[in-house]
Design a protein around this ligand. Structure first.
Ligand code: SF4
Ligand code: SF4
Length: 296
């Protein structure tokens, strides 16, 4: 439970949660489709008067949409065809029609960007370090894992465990990878190169080397990895499904399957506190909210 002071400090994040940008993005897409516009930029210039959509009113729609202009341009493919960049499948694994495909692609990216800001505003007042530490004695897991992009590994001054053996297995394979005859998670915090890519492994009672234990803050906050930016509420409009990747026009394209969900991790104090608000946000974005526990 958050204190009233913490809830008050979450005000800005809550305001954003109450006014999702996606309904406005969809209104702009509809105006774009039915209007004479070739690109979104002139359409946003015209959106200067307040509008109401999906039960939410937006005072300056064009200004609110401006930070998402680069994502709206994805939708321009409906009028200005470009080479395919993704394989987009519906839940039955059939190709989506072009409108649904572009709508889902834009929605995934827009919700992700908005949640990055919402998550960081809701996390800060919680004085919580759960995402940056290994399991304690109340939890059953032996370790927590933070997946990293190759280029993000340089943010962590840690041993790198990278061998043909690690690249053939994953952190959850059985039996576990052994290091000096012990399971890897009984060793010190380190970076591992698995079959699925790099990750930071936080064993029991450990913490990320970038966590400042005195303040509970992240020492590399502006540069923190992607996964640390969207810690506990995730856009799951589309799910990446490498099994369905295909070569088109000589290029290997990544495949995504429609899920139309918003995931929120129940371990997080602000997810528990603001369950109702998160549910309403999902509904306004036409997504099914799914609350699940990660740490048992
Ligand atoms: S990089 Fe920062 S935000 Fe990410 S786990 Fe480490 S301390 Fe936490
Ligand atoms: S569990 Fe929630 S409040 Fe705690 S550090 Fe992670 S995102 Fe922040």
């Amino acid at each position: 439970m958050l204190t009233q002071k913490q809830i008050d400090e979450c005000g800005q994040g809550l305001d954003q949660l109450k006014k999702p940008i996606l309904p406005l993005v969809r209104l702009a897409q509809m105006l774009y489709l039915t209007g004479p516009y070739e690109t979104f930029a002139p359409l946003l210039d015209e959106l200067s008067e307040p509008v109401e959509t999906g039960g939410v009113s937006y005072k300056r729609p064009g200004t609110l949409l401006r930070p998402y202009l680069d994502l709206l341009t994805i939708f321009e493919r409906i009028k200005i065809p470009r080479s395919p960049a993704r394989i987009l499948l519906n839940e039955q694994l059939e190709p989506m029609n072009p409108l649904d495909a572009l709508d889902s692609w834009v929605a995934q990216e827009v919700v992700n960007r908005e949640l990055e800001s919402i998550n960081s505003q809701l996390c800060r007042p919680c004085n919580c370090t759960l995402c940056c530490v290994g399991p304690d004695d109340t939890l059953n897991q032996d370790f927590f894992e933070i997946p990293l992009q190759q280029e993000e590994t340089s943010l962590f001054k840690l041993n790198r465990i990278d061998s043909p053996e690690t690249r053939l297995t994953t952190s959850h394979s059985e039996p576990p990878l052994l290091r000096n005859k012990s399971p890897f998670y009984q060793k010190k915090t380190a970076l591992y190169h698995w079959r699925s890519g790099w990750s930071l492994i936080l064993p029991r009672h450990s913490h990320c080397p970038n966590l400042d234990p005195a303040s509970g803050g992240c020492k590399i906050y502006p540069q923190r990895p992607d996964v640390c930016r969207r810690p506990q509420i995730f856009s799951y409009v589309l799910e990446r499904q490498p099994n369905h990747d295909r070569d088109i026009e000589g290029k290997s394209l990544p495949a995504f399957v429609a899920r139309k969900k918003l995931l929120a991790v129940w371990d997080c104090p602000y997810v528990q506190e603001f369950q109702e608000e998160i549910g309403r946000y999902a509904e306004q974005c036409e997504l099914e909210p799914v609350f699940r526990k990660n740490k048992e």
